[in-house]
Design a protein around this ligand. Structure first.
Ligand SMILES: Cc1cc2nc3c(=O)[nH]c(=O)nc-3n(C[C@H](O)[C@H](O)[C@H](O)COP(=O)(O)OP(=O)(O)OC[C@H]3O[C@@H](n4cnc5c(N)ncnc54)[C@H](O)[C@@H]3O)c2cc1C
Length: 393
């Protein structure tokens, strides 16, 4: 048996970010356990878009705080996160112009560098794209994408340098409580006594939550992406795009390819037995969707693809909380496919909560676990109509 002041369960980007931020704030005796290897879950498969365009303020604040970390990663964390500030476009179909305008205003009020762009400027930003069906577009010149594996490994390396113990190949099998408070974590390699647990298990949380009587209605969901080699004549690394009209998102991959994901609705899949490759019909749909927006991609070549598991919450927003019914239990659950870009701020907020007694960087009240039981699931006033959107919500 061993002891720790804090045990973090899960070595994805949210677990490793929390580990780094805890150690940065002076927490001692922090142990992270990861049942496989770092970034073995959604993180290692992430599209890793880093954009601020959300249709609500709390998530945008997390993204905005996180962007400062991606920009200055070498100084703040150390190592590389692979951030590529290619610029970002949100394209919405006709009928959503006013909502886009209100979302941009909301983002600007919190400091995000973004604006609604007129058609001429839009054409200049993405000259290869067919844009006639677009109702309105918002542009973020400083956003882009990062390398999700590099980010998680760099957070972990920095945490280790600050004294955190990171144990891969070690699975948490039970969170032990006594009179409704955490007293330890059982693992496949013995028990760790602790009074504070951060649970960041991605799509694999059910077996630890159920014995605690916690059911937040989480659904593990498989998400695919495909990469297409640029066709002859296409040589420019383009902006990152969320195409709400086509329910798709895409970004450059390396120096000669584009990575695309489509929104297909949400269905339950077993996170321990899922097909990690990409479905053939999905590839065809991706190519058709990409070509509908950027016609030269009709001649592109499929270069590969994969599938990963995310965990959807009932309202598609993460649950980031100190669970009121279990003292000492902090959770980052229901990532809903959008929690790479926000991971620096999520980790910092959880660390602040544990070390200072409350989160200071962003108010996490909207992310509370009790919102479903309260009958107050999250609904954005200015959404673009895609209730089942995951990565590109
Ligand atoms: C294809 C795809 C594209 C995406 N694109 C984007 C995007 O463009 N932008 C964006 O912001 N987000 C995106 N996401 C979502 C983003 O990747 C996730 O929200 C984020 O990586 C979640 O990180 P996490 O640390 O919370 O969970 P995970 O990365 O899933 O990590 C959880 C870890 O916990 C470990 N674990 C689970 N149970 C236990 C246990 N009992 N004991 C020990 N370890 C355990 C797992 O092995 C895993 O390594 C995408 C996701 C996918 C799959």
């Amino acid at each position: 048996m061993s002891t720790a002041d804090v045990v973090i369960i899960g070595g994805g980007v949210n677990g490793t970010s929390t580990a780094f931020h805890l150690a940065s704030l002076g927490a001692k005796r922090v142990t992270l356990v990861e049942r496989r290897h770092l970034a073995a879950g959604a993180t290692g498969k992430s599209g890793a878009l880093v954009r601020m365009h959300y249709t609500n303020e709390p998530e945008a604040r997390l993204a905005w705080e996180s962007l400062q970390v991606f920009r200055e990663f070498r100084t703040i964390v150390g190592g590389e996160c692979g951030f590529e500030p290619m610029g970002f476009l949100a394209l919405v179909p006709r009928g959503h112009e006013a909502a886009l305008g209100r979302n941009v205003e909301r983002l600007r009020r919190i400091g995000v560098e973004t604006r609604v762009v007129a058609r001429d400027e839009l054409r200049a930003i993405f000259p290869e794209a067919a844009l006639d069906d677009v109702g309105a577009a918002a542009y973020e010149p400083g956003s882009g994408y990062a390398d999700p594996n590099a980010t998680a490994y760099a957070f972990a390396a920095a945490a280790r340098r600050l004294g955190v113990t990171i144990e891969t190949g070690r699975e948490a099998t039970r969170i032990v409580t006594d009179r409704d408070r955490v007293v330890g974590v059982e693992t496949d390699r013995g028990r760790i006594d602790t009074r504070t647990v951060v649970l960041a298990p991605g799509a694999w949380g059910a077996t630890l939550l159920r014995p605690l009587g916690l059911d937040f209605g989480l659904v593990p969901h498989r998400v695919q992406v495909t990469i297409f080699r640029w066709p002859d004549g296409f040589t420019r690394r383009h902006v990152v795009v969320i195409d709400f009209g086509h329910m798709a998102w895409f970004r450059p991959e390396g120096t000669n390819a584009t990575l695309i994901g489509l929104e297909l609705g949400v269905g339950h899949e077993d996170p321990d037995h899922f097909h990690e490759g990409v479905d053939e019909d999905y590839v065809a749909r991706c190519k058709a969707t990409l070509a509908a927006r950027v016609p030269v991609f009709g001649a592109s070549t499929m270069r590969g693809g994969w599938a990963g598991m995310i965990m959807m919450s009932p309202d598609g927003r993460p649950i980031i909380d100190q669970v009121p019914s279990v003292g000492g239990l902090y959770v980052m659950l229901g990532d809903s496919g959008t929690s790479f870009k926000t991971s620096p701020a999520i980790g910092r907020c959880l660390a602040e909560w544990i070390v200072h007694g409350k989160p200071r960087t962003v108010d996490l009240t909207p992310f509370r676990s009790t919102r479903f039981a309260e009958g107050q699931p999250w609904v954005d006033a200015d959404g673009y109509g895609g209730e089942h959107l995951t990565v590109s919500r």
